[in-house]
Design a protein around this ligand. Structure first.
Ligand SMILES: NC(=O)C1=CN([C@@H]2O[C@H](COP(=O)(O)OP(=O)(O)OC[C@H]3O[C@@H](n4cnc5c(N)ncnc54)[C@H](OP(=O)(O)O)[C@@H]3O)[C@@H](O)[C@H]2O)C=CC1
Ligand SMILES: O=C(O)CCCC(=O)O
Length: 477
């Protein structure tokens, strides 16, 4: 079942025991393997070993660390097909998307390998004679991460790469539903020369147990989390005791806005990639559509024509563009939101069938009002609820009416409107005439209850560095 070429990527697999975790393929509900779990005392031993390893690693030069990270990148790309297959088997996304994620995940290794060479300090003009002032940047120490199932590889490398590049040790907890591809990527890190004690992935049936150890351990200096706002709140509270630095990439409720002056074909292309990629299970996915009254019917017709071309099925099969969602619970929750919207007056313009297994029918809902539950909640599924608007002012109020502030998208060709709306949207990221904004070179992160901190870009490295101020006194000249 796990037929891949490079068998070393499966070194994490064990014969089932009472301390193992079983991994299920969401496309078939079949168990595809078992991996060992780590107890609390084993995780504490891993932290102690990471502490020792980091004392050596922090003394290496950024250039030496870059050589290893670049080798790791090359190994990931050499094993792109195998890693993608593993990801599709445990997560469900179509193989082409899995391959894309492997490349996206690997891109963080190159980016941070290069960026760490530019972790510059500063000199500061002294206000007092006989002194010189400067700053340096140093690794924060042991960094930990807890990641979700929707991007099993990229969310690990987006955090591990800056940590290792900065000179930190890294301990991650992948999602229990999708640890295989992350563990395979860790195996490639060791083959590239990353010391085993420096980079470890741990799992336990109880994610909250791992979370508590990470948050409460005094030698751990950083926690980076990607996942729901609900769990982000718990982790931030738990980190308070040790005043740990945190990065939080949490839930979103992205508006996708089309003004009357938009290029509609461009908007539909952006909507398809933003809404239906990964079966809608992306924190930056368009969650709710606001379309100007004068182009509403035209937009719906064009979008329907494109959604009708999607093919739902097992992500390993040729031609499949929408895989299963992560499990049947997720499917039921999405179908509950669709039914709730219909009960509140929405119309199913396309799709809406209840499918078997963990599959969700790509759906378009019209006659949707801003106050419906489907607009207020994160759908995390291939469903596009479409609201009409007629004034820019009303639109901005509706777009910002959420506790979330991660991604937002709008389409317009009017330069005045583009600047005004881009500035008025209360979001960490704005796609303007663009539906796919993620890249390793730009700062990814939200405002409001979508989180704290940035990943990728030059800012992503600073999350793993501490700035130290040096004051040189008693100088004669
Ligand atoms: N912003 C984003 O990128 C994401 C947003 N979400 C949103 O969250 C919803 C629920 O998805 P879900 O996967 O359950 O997201 P969660 O936030 O529950 O899970 C994300 C990660 O946190 C772990 N976790 C869960 N509870 C705790 C805890 N108390 N302490 C420490 N770690 C914990 C999970 O482990 P385990 O695998 O054991 O559950 C997983 O590794 C989605 O439907 C979506 O709306 C989900 C994923 C990503
Ligand atoms: O959904 C997420 O959990 C992260 C978004 C992936 C990306 O586009 O970078």
């Amino acid at each position: 079942m796990l037929s891949i070429k490079n068998k070393t990527l499966l070194s994490c697999l064990i014969v089932q025991s009472n301390t193992s975790l079983s991994i299920t393929n969401p496309a078939t509900a079949a168990v595809i393997g078992h991996i060992a779990t780590q107890s609390k005392s084993e995780i504490n031993s891993i932290i102690a070993a990471a502490d020792i390893a980091q004392q050596q690693w922090k003394k290496t030069t950024a250039k030496e660390r870059a050589v290893i990270l670049l080798r790791w990148h090359d190994l990931m790309m050499e094993n792109q097909d195998d890693l993608a297959r593993l990801m599709t088997l445990e997560q469900g996304k179509p193989l082409a998307e899995s391959k894309g994620e492997v490349a996206y995940g690997a891109s963080f290794l190159v980016w941070f390998a290069e960026e760490a060479k530019r972790a510059y300090g500063e000199t500061i003009p002294t206000p007092v004679a006989g002194r010189r002032l400067a700053t340096i940047k140093q690794p924060i120490g042991i960094a930990t991460a807890i990641t979700p199932w929707n991007f099993p590889i990229a969310m690990i490398t987006r955090k591990a790469a800056p940590a290792l590049a900065a000179g930190c040790a890294f301990i991650g907890k992948p999602a229990n539903q999708t640890p295989l591809s992350a563990l395979a990527v860790a195996e490639l890190a060791y083959q590239a020369g990353v010391p085993k004690a420096l980079l470890q992935l741990v799992v336990n049936e109880s994610s909250s147990l791992v979370g508590e150890v990470f948050c409460e351990h005094d030698r751990i200096k950083k926690l980076s989390f990607t996942g729901s706002t609900r769990v982000g709140r718990i982790l931030m509270a738990q980190c308070a005791e040790t005043i740990k630095r945190t990065s939080m990439e949490l839930g979103g409720n992205a508006p996708f806005i089309v003004f009357e002056d938009a290029d509609l074909d461009l908007a539909v292309a952006g909507a398809m990639v933003s809404k239906y990629r990964n079966a809608g299970q992306t924190c930056v996915c368009a969650n709710r559509f606001y379309i100007h009254d004068s182009v509403y019917d035209q937009f719906v017709a064009k979008l329907t024509a494109e959604v009708a071309k999607l093919r739902v099925g097992n992500g390993l099969e040729d031609g499949v563009t929408v895989g299963p969602v992560i499990d049947e619970n997720a499917k039921n929750n999405i179908n509950r939101l669709i039914q709730g919207a219909v009960d509140q007056g929405a119309t199913v313009a396309f799709g809406g069938q209840v499918l078997s297994g963990a599959y969700v029918d790509p759906t378009i809902l019209t006659d949707v009002r801003h106050d419906m539950d489907i607009i207020q909640e994160e759908i995390f599924g291939p469903v596009a609820p479409i609201v009409r608007f007629s004034s820019d002012e009303e639109l901005i109020t509706m777009a910002n009416d959420t506790i979330y502030g991660l991604a937002s998208y709008f389409y317009s060709q009017n330069i005045n409107r583009i600047w005004y709306v881009a500035e008025a949207l209360e979001y960490g990221m704005v796609g303007i005439n663009e539906g796919l904004i993620s890249t390793e070179v730009a700062p990814f992160g939200g405002v409001k209850q979508s989180g704290i901190g940035k990943e990728g870009a030059k800012e992503g490295l600073d999350e793993y560095l501490v700035q130290k101020y040096l004051c040189f006194g008693g100088l004669k000249h």
